[in-house]
Design a protein around this ligand. Structure first.
Ligand SMILES: Cc1cc2nc3c(=O)[nH]c(=O)nc-3n(C[C@H](O)[C@H](O)[C@H](O)COP(=O)(O)O)c2cc1C
Length: 186
């Protein structure tokens, strides 16, 4: 696991676009010569609402789901967080996953990608603040992917590859910055 980029899909809804968008990003953006990418899908991980008796800052984790999540984040060379915007903020699934851990986030190179009607900019700004609090070292380039008429009747993206292609320049720039931060850490 060490040395991989952990790509966190933040939306946990049963019908969502986050999974489509995440896969399309991974198909087009990382290239072949960087670190391997492991996907952490918060829907699949299904962490309960934070149920650890002690604060994460103690590192005293009682539950196997927490220890598993701690291994994933702690062992990663960097993280990517893909977040939608819900009611001008980011989803509870993302905050819950963050609050489970503490030291594992510290100084971790990170890339934050938001999406939503206006690119999910409000979600982005709020989450940036929280990730800063736990010590994630975010790339400078903001990535906000606007979604407006891209939905089909099934509430899914009709062409996720096109959405990513339309935002490829900023995604590639931010991804390169992330690789640079990993290099600095190493
Ligand atoms: C509970 C909820 C609240 C939403 N609020 C906003 C919002 O404040 N701003 C916005 O741009 N889009 C908002 N949307 C639209 C979402 O950005 C859009 O549905 C997106 O596809 C959600 O990502 P997901 O499908 O991966 O969960 C909201 C969607 C949901 C489900």
């Amino acid at each position: 696991m060490a040395g991989e980029i952990l790509f966190i899909i933040g939306s946990a809804r049963p019908v969502r676009v986050g999974g489509q968008l995440g896969r399309a990003i991974l198909d087009q953006i990382p290239g072949t010569d960087g670190p391997r990418v492991q996907v952490a899908d918060l829907r699949e991980l299904a962490l309960p609402i934070l149920d650890e008796p002690r604060m994460a800052a103690t590192g005293d984790y009682q539950h196997e789901h927490t220890r598993n999540w701690a291994r994933m984040v702690g062992g990663a060379a960097a993280i990517v967080v893909l977040t939608p915007e819900y009611n001008w903020g980011y989803p509870a699934s993302v905050k819950n996953a963050i609050d489970y851990l503490y030291a594992e986030w510290k100084d971790k190179p990170g890339l934050l990608i938001s999406y939503g009607g206006g690119g999910g900019k409000r979600s982005f700004e709020q989450l940036k603040q929280v990730l800063g609090r736990v010590g994630v070292n975010l790339v400078e380039t903001p990535v906000n992917i606007p979604l407006r008429g891209e939905y089909g009747d099934d509430d899914r993206l009709t062409d996720p590859a096109r959405v990513v292609a339309d935002n490829a320049e900023v995604l590639r720039q931010a991804w390169q910055e992330l690789l640079g931060l990993i290099g600095d850490e190493g």
